[in-house]
Design a protein around this ligand. Structure first.
Ligand code: 6OD
Length: 485
């Protein structure tokens, strides 16, 4: 059995507590590796290494040298593209066709974009008058925040972990990463890339294990200076409480129940293509996914029929098969959760347009965590499957009659991460986008990303923004120096 290792102070180690965690291929249910869970001792070793590395050559390195290393990390990921692809798809079951275009290229791009951004950051200086006429020079300098705890999710493991590690390193911090115990493979590979790229020991560390043990030891470690997390809202709330001890900064990207609004004047072809992707990509396990869709009444029936046809045309199968466009859910536990929502929808009297169960799969995949892509109609806005984040390949579609009504219904949620609006009326597009309570609103598109822009959620979908210079603000401490002349 492949034994995964923690990466601490530039070395791989299998030390851990007594808990041996199996790593499962969700497409088959077979074990592919195992982890010795990192306990308090391993977390302490990783945080100590990260703290010491701040005082070493990394702490005094010129920005251009850091930038060069970040470029070498990106190149290192690209040089081992196939290894990363295989590892990510084995861990998550996602199709190669998806990870090849999104997860792995973004893993590399997340280092390049922040290397480019940090090169162009200026520090500001003011010459200020003083009552005695001598004046003063008032300037602001930046320095890294310190040791950053990075806690990543299992849905886009490499993409979302590097989305935090890239800017943290660009700003000169050191990091301790805890990836999900369900998807540790690409995190481990990244340690190898860091060594090959010449990153000084202790700057990047990984500890593998569960949230309640490894994650808890990490967020409550007194030498962690800031915590960045992507995952569920309840875990985010728990991390906020941990961060309060020692008054540490946090960046949280949390849950969502994202609305899609389809007006009768949309380009139907594009709206169907984009909405299908937003509901089913990555088997619905994307925090930006659309789980509640509102369609203007005159096109409601046609839209539902075309969504049904699109969902039924999706191919579930071996991740390696280029024809596959839908993988399994991440785990048995998560499938039980998603299936319980399917049951609740049926009990609540939903019209099941398609799906609603567990599909028949070929023998080799029968142990995997497959579910049918599912569409419901006919439920009120307060039905559980219309209010709660499911994180599966499913959506509910309801009709609406006017713009104000649909904006109010879209905003009637404790979440506010993403939204999508489909209309060919440019004035309406701007008007509606401005009123939707979400950190990001796509018009006639979905998951179209420019990494320089602010990304994050309103309401219970998170705190802070990531992307471009917004990330750098989180990972930087500002100091103002005023020199009287
Ligand atoms: O594209 C990104 O930068 C991003 N943070 C995506 C998040 C997806 C959540 O599942």
């Amino acid at each position: 059995m492949k034994q995964l290792k923690h990466y601490i102070n530039g070395e791989f180690s299998i030390a851990g507590n007594d808990n041996i965690i199996p790593v499962i291929n969700p497409a088959t249910g077979e074990q592919v590796a195992q982890i010795n869970e990192a306990g308090a001792a391993e977390v302490d070793a990783a945080v100590t290494a990260a703290k010491n590395a701040l005082k070493g050559e990394w702490g005094s390195m010129a920005v251009q040298d850091r930038v060069d290393i970040l470029y070498r990390i990106a190149d290192g990921i690209n040089a081992r593209f196939d290894d990363f692809l295989e590892a990510e798809c084995l861990d998550t079951g996602k199709p190669y066709s998806l990870a090849r275009h999104i997860d792995i290229p973004r893993g590399a791009a997340n280092f390049k974009i922040f290397a480019d951004t940090i090169k162009n950051i200026n520090e500001e200086t003011f010459h200020m008058p003083t009552p005695d006429g001598t004046g003063a020079l008032n300037y602001t300098v930046t320095r890294p925040k310190g040791v950053i705890a990075v806690i990543g999710p299992w849905n886009l493991p490499l993409l979302l972990m590097t989305w935090k590690v890239g800017p943290a390193l660009a700003c000169g911090n050191t990091v301790v990463v805890k990836s999900s115990e369900e998807t540790p493979l690409t995190t481990t590979l990244l340690g190898e890339v860091m060594t090959a790229a010449g990153l000084p020991a202790g700057v990047f560390n990984t500890v593998l294990g569960t949230g309640p043990v490894t994650g808890e030891a990490l967020v409550s470690h007194p030498d962690v200076d800031a915590i960045t997390f992507t995952g569920s809202t309840p875990t985010g709330q728990h991390i906020m409480q941990a961060a309060a001890i020692g008054v540490r900064d946090i960046s949280l990207e949390l849950g969502g129940k994202n609305p899609g609004i389809v007006f009768a004047d949309c380009d139907m072809e594009k709206a169907i293509e984009g909405t299908l992707r937003s509901a089913f990509a990555n088997c619905g396990q994307v925090c930006l996914g659309t789980e509640r869709i509102y369609v203007e009444r005159p096109i409601f029936d046609e839209f539902v029929q075309r969504m049904k046809a699109g969902a039924e045309a999706l191919t579930l199968g071996e991740p390696t098969d280029e024809c596959t466009n839908l993988g399994p859910l991440i785990s048995e536990q998560h499938r039980n959760k998603v299936i319980s929502f399917y049951a609740q929808a049926a009990e609540a009297g939903a019209n099941i347009v398609t799906g609603g169960g567990i599909p028949e799969m070929p023998e080799a995949l029968q142990g995997g965590y497959w579910v049918e892509p599912t569409i419901w109609t006919g439920l009120p806005d307060d039905a559980v499957v219309v209010t709660d984040e499911i994180f599966g390949p499913c959506c509910h579609i309801s009709p609406f009659d006017d713009e104000d009504e649909v904006i109010a219904r879209a905003n009637n949620s404790p979440y506010g991460l993403a939204s999508a609006v489909w209309t060919e009326n440019v004035t309406r597009a701007h008007r509606v986008a401005a009123q939707i309570e979400s950190g990001i609103c796509w018009v006639n598109s979905w998951f179209l990303r420019d990494l320089r822009t602010p990304f994050g959620g309103m309401k219970q979908s998170g705190i802070g923004r990531e992307g471009g210079h917004y990330s750098l603000e989180f990972y930087t401490e500002l100091k103002n120096i005023c020199v009287k002349l």
